[in-house]
Write a protein that binds this ligand. Sequence first.
Ligand SMILES: *Cc1c(COP(=O)(O)O)cnc(C)c1O
Length: 464
Amino acid sequence: MNKITNHMPTAELQALDAAHHMHPFTANTALGKKGARIMTQGKGVWLTDSEGHKIIDGMAGLWCVNIGYGRPELGEVAKRQMDELAYYNTFFQTSHVPAIALAAKIAEIAPEGMNHVFFAGSGSEANDTNIRLVRRYWDIKGQPEKRIIIARTNGYHGSTIGGGSLGGMSGIHAHGGKLAGIVHIGEPNWWEQGGEMTPEDFGLMRAQELEKMILSLGVENVAAFIGEPVQGAGGVIIPPSTYWPEIQRIVDKYGILLIADEVITGFGRTGNWFGSQTFGIRPHIMTIAKGLSSGYQPIGGSIVCDEVAGVIGSDEFNHGYTYSGHPVAAAVALENLRIMQEEKIVEHVRDVAHPYLKAKWEALTEHPLVGEAKLVGLMGSIALTPNKATRAKFAAETGTVGYRCRERCFANDLIMRHVGDRMIIAPPLVITPAEIDVLIERARKSLDECYAGLKADGLLVARG
Ligand SMILES: *Cc1c(COP(=O)(O)O)cnc(C)c1O
């Protein structure tokens, strides 16, 4: 097979990129001066850039390339589907084979009672769908005043106006505003916010903020609660064990709808098909995207429980996207799920990759920069700190040290992302023990270099 290689020199590509391409979540003028790193190929957990570096991808792209790069089956399926039926809509009493087959497959692997799928093109779109779904549900039930959705500070639910409003990131709200009717409670981030409390007490306290919020708004005004089983973009915040059971108790007690945003945690990331299974959550709606197609095609959706789907289906729902259930995206997602099932990739995460990585990841706490190191399935984070005992922040502006660490990782051909001063990983689910060894070796080297640099620059100082 011919490889697609771009022979234009890196500097010329970077200049064109700077001149014409607006990158998401980026200060484009500054990037233009520095030049973007240009990726050209991917195979398994490995990326190659335009300078020929072989990089181990500790982030599976953006948490999505669960089966790894370069699986030819997906391209073959895409071509076959394009040749056969490149596009048709599902709006006007029509359907097509890929959307039908994918919806049925998702229902098969989803938790019991979750048998209905509304397709979208992305996670953000799916969460926009969810806002309308839950409000429409209460309309039809004769309680149209139940409209408020409770979400969490530092949650991430996408960056459309709906998804960005559900998310609790002030930096996103600051750019373009936030929808009314969405409120936020605190996040279960014990490392940063737990103070003298035990993680378990802190988890309970944070969950009980939901009850307080419901009571202060009046349950007659509350439609739903949304949360990620594990906050991803917020820094891989794995909640204390007490958190989700208490949230579930409160949701059940007040009868509001529960939306689990499984865009990252879905499709094997936590060692089960869904994060809700790992944490014992019983949602009414699950948001999916990313791992659904392993990022080979843009597709997302909402998995809806029988009760909610029945109510919504009792009348017209004036909502949908041109590309809802797009046949090529659906066919590719279906092939991705076939590979995941056939190759037992979820079992690989649970029985092989997670236990192997967990021991090595947690051992990073021996490093002088690392306070805590946590891992669920194959999503992990480490907190960088100048003082482990007090869980201190650095005196430098939050993110300074994380950014420096990420730059060392980049230089050592490891992709590890930083969120503030946390470093996070979510490698492809197919990563092998030998590849985990490489990841850890490069991470240690990068941490060492970061530490030496901080020392030299006098930045190993705790915030006063
Ligand atoms: C990435 C993400 C989204 C948004 O998905 P897009 O496909 O980028 O729109 C929503 N929720 C969570 C939890 C995510 O991680």
